[in-house]
Ligand binder design. Structure first.
Ligand SMILES: [Zn+2]
Length: 301
């Protein structure tokens, strides 16, 4: 881990069960998966972050650009898929492990696109209320095109909708739907094997739930969902995780209203019945419960 990113890195990796450890940037088993014609998910290992690659006659579009140390390896994987130039990079949000390749690809001619808040966050140091910080990125890494609510791209024969989902994982989340290919890149709104973080800098459990409720009716049963981390999933997995979030929000709210402290709520293990299915990643169940509690507490009044 680079020291410039140390705090968030620790935030992500502290006290992870050995079996669930995420490979360090640029290591782990290669895993490039063809999701639909011309659309790939590139990652390293089960717990690796998924980068979206869309290649065709217009060139290459990326969804996220990995963290900086992993960029050379990402480029090696890209070269196996296509030798066409990267024309666009869409940042799903501002966390360092999604925007680390911005400067490299922009320098080579790509246009970087992101939600307005993502660009703003990248321009200055981001201090985590729970401790730690993410560095300010240099100007060469800042997105050149921003949008507030949504943006459409017509590229490689598909119609691609990039939609901002407010106050969910962060305050700058963008999900990407390939309308013809019927593929959704959900980024860190969904992990197919573990709980998704709620960043207190703009994220919220209510925003996550609202996002799923708005999104699900727009998807058909055949849609392929590429998660932020983990294997490609489907609509039913999103529905399943929505129910997990609703149940946990309600359980933690009830305990909080009964006067329980965060320690008491964590000790009561409100996520226990979901943990075998969703507690398999870097985010420990008790850590997730703490985040839900802190979020609900901050929005209580
Ligand atoms: Zn994230």
């Amino acid at each position: 881990m680079k020291t410039g990113f140390i705090s968030i890195a620790l935030f992500l990796t502290a006290a992870i069960p050995a079996a669930a450890q995420r490979p360090p940037p640029g290591t782990g088993e290669d895993h490039t998966q063809l999701v639909a014609p011309g659309i790939y998910s590139v990652n390293w290992g089960d717990m690796g972050l998924n980068v979206g690659v869309f290649t065709g006659s217009d060139g290459v579009l990326l969804i996220d650009a990995q963290d900086e140390p992993a960029v050379p390896r990402l480029k090696t994987e890209l070269a196996k898929i296509s030798t066409a130039p990267v024309r666009f990079v869409i940042d799903s949000h501002w966390h360092f492990d999604h925007v680390g390749g911005n400067a490299t690809f922009a320098k080579e001619g790509a246009v970087v696109i992101a939600q307005t808040n993502t660009r703003t966050r990248m321009m200055s140091e981001q201090v985590n209320p729970l401790g730690g910080k993410q560095r300010a990125f240099p100007a060469g890494a800042w997105p050149q095109i921003t949008f507030d609510d949504s943006l459409s791209l017509h590229f490689n024969g598909d119609d691609i909708t990039v939609t901002h989902v407010p106050n969910a994982h962060t305050d700058g989340d963008a999900i990407v739907l390939f309308r013809k290919a019927d593929v959704l890149f959900a980024a860190d709104l969904f992990n197919s094997g573990d709980y998704t973080r709620i960043d207190p800098r703009g994220g919220s459990i209510d925003g996550m739930i609202a996002a799923y409720r708005a999104l699900l009716p727009m998807l058909d049963d055949k849609v392929r969902v590429v998660p932020g981390r983990g294997r490609v999933a489907g609509k039913k997995h999103l529905e399943e995780y929505l129910n997990v979030m609703i149940a946990l929000r309600d359980r933690v709210t009830t305990m909080m209203q009964a006067g329980l402290t965060v320690e008491q709520v964590v000790a009561a293990k409100p996520s226990a019945d979901f943990d075998p299915r969703w507690g398999n990643g870097p985010i420990r169940p008790d850590q997730y419960v703490e985040e839900v509690y802190a979020d609900l507490k901050s929005h209580k009044n």
